[in-house]
Design a protein around this ligand. Structure first.
Ligand code: ADP
Length: 260
């Protein structure tokens, strides 16, 4: 399956913040969006999630316009994890996760045992089992982020759209989250992920797209796109990108900002 953005324009009002975005994400591929704050990464992901109407162009999955897929089908195709999820109601973590499966429930009914099992399995995948009975309003921001990732996994969608999923995760959870994404990608899921961590793109992405000045500037293999020069042009500070000596099949690259 292929998620296809064709000359997509998106934004929060009538004025687009991004225009002319051409990008594809295949099943089994992780595409990272890099770009400075305000470059429209969230607007793009919200447009895919159906929370913002496209202001031009088209989104297609397997050649069919996104808007033409029935709502229940769409939930099985794409799961969205927002940047920060402010808790409103004091649901248990397990309940928040099972809500990711509303499209799988039989019409006019609640979750079935199969849905609860899927929710437990998703919590287990992100090692949040111990939090299942905790209240979503009474866990840390990072734990909420992991819960939202579990909810997206419980949805069992073919594509994941993730908005800075590492933003409030500690070092260990960042690594666990990347590991989980790698496994999902290997299983054929397509992932589009906005991130502020070029190193995450270097470790996990099949391709990287750089957004700046209302456009998708460049897209390509991480080693070609995440260079000191491109990071400097995106973030406007000098960087060093260096390879670590290691015995892994793929060299590990680190990115460090140069300070005075
Ligand atoms: P990013 O995720 O790359 O930081 P955003 O999509 O959040 O980019 O923001 C793109 C632009 O849209 C920015 O100029 C930002 O100020 C503006 N913006 C963000 N949220 C809203 C909103 N709710 N209403 C209007 N403009 C917004």
């Amino acid at each position: 399956m292929t998620l296809e953005l064709d000359q997509l324009a998106c934004g929060y009002g009538r004025q687009p913040v991004l225009t002319g975005v051409d990008l594809t994400v295949d099943g089994g591929e992780l595409v990272c969006l890099l770009g400075p704050n305000g470059s429209g990464k969230t607007a793009l992901l919200k447009t895919l999630a159906g929370l913002l109407a496209p202001l031009g162009g088209q989104v297609r999955i397997d050649g069919r316009a996104w808007a033409d897929w029935p709502a229940r089908e769409r939930a099985r195709l794409l799961a969205y994890v927002p940047q920060a999820h402010a808790p409103v109601f004091a649901f248990k973590v397990r309940d928040v996760v099972v809500m990711g499966r509303t499209a799988q429930w039989p019409l006019w009914s609640g979750p079935t045992p199969r849905d609860w099992r899927a929710a437990e399995a998703a919590l287990s995948l992100v090692q949040m089992d111990a939090f299942a009975d905790r209240l979503y309003t009474e866990i840390s921001g990072g734990e909420r982020q992991m819960t939202m990732i579990a909810r997206a996994l419980a949805q069992e969608a073919r594509f994941l759209a993730l908005d800075e999923p590492a933003s409030s995760l500690d070092f260990g959870n960042q690594a666990r989250m990347l590991q989980t994404l790698r496994r999902l990608v290997k299983s054929g899921i397509g992932v589009l992920m906005a991130t502020h961590h070029p190193e995450h793109a270097l470790r996990c992405a099949s391709r990287v797209a750089i957004m700046r000045d209302g456009r998708l500037q460049r897209a390509g293999p991480p080693e070609e796109i995440v260079t000191a020069a491109s990071l400097e042009s995106v973030y406007r500070v000098p960087f060093v990108v260096s390879e670590l000596p290691c015995d892994q099949p793929k060299p590990i690259r680190v990115c460090v900002a140069q300070l005075d």
